[in-house]
Design a protein around this ligand. Structure first.
Ligand code: THU
Length: 136
């Protein structure tokens, strides 16, 4: 059962899509990350003329969260200018996995307000984790 998206968060996701830099794909994406502190951090996709150098919205949002001191992620929301639901790419699934708190879920928010969610373990079964300590 997917929890409803807080209306201010849904509105912010829509508003931030205008800041997405997506001149190559035309697909504007915004993402929000709820850190372990409970604070929400946002990001948009930032494409580049050297295509592989682009960053997904989830990557930007995770960067903002870590920059603000978060060490875990409780939930991720993602929304795009495409019709229907979108889901994080493989690389972003691994980036979420790196910080995922127990029960972490990804919520896709469609333009019409419909939502669907998946546990990160369902999006990335058998994700890669280094044995402890594993982090600098
Ligand atoms: N994209 C995201 O930012 N997040 C996703 O979950 C899927 C895809 C971006 C990458 C690229 O800028 C554009 O959407 C699709 O080519």
């Amino acid at each position: 059962m997917t929890a409803p998206v807080p209306p201010p968060l849904a509105a912010e996701l829509r508003r931030l899509q205008a800041n997405s830099h997506a001149p190559y794909s035309g697909c504007r994406v915004s993402a929000a990350v709820e850190g372990g502190s409970g604070e929400i951090h946002y990001g948009v996709n930032v494409e580049n003329a050297a295509y592989p150098q682009g960053a997904c919205a989830e990557t930007s949002a995770i960067g903002a969260a870590v920059t603000h001191g978060e060490t875990s992620i409780r939930r991720v929301w993602v929304a795009s200018s495409l019709p229907g639901f979108i889901w994080p790419c493989g690389g972003c699934r691994q980036r979420i996995w790196e910080f995922a708190a127990p029960g972490c879920e990804v919520v896709s928010v469609a333009a019409d307000g419909a939502v669907e969610s998946r546990a990160i373990e369902d999006l990335l079964p058998l994700g890669f984790r280094l044995p402890a300590p594993g982090r600098a």
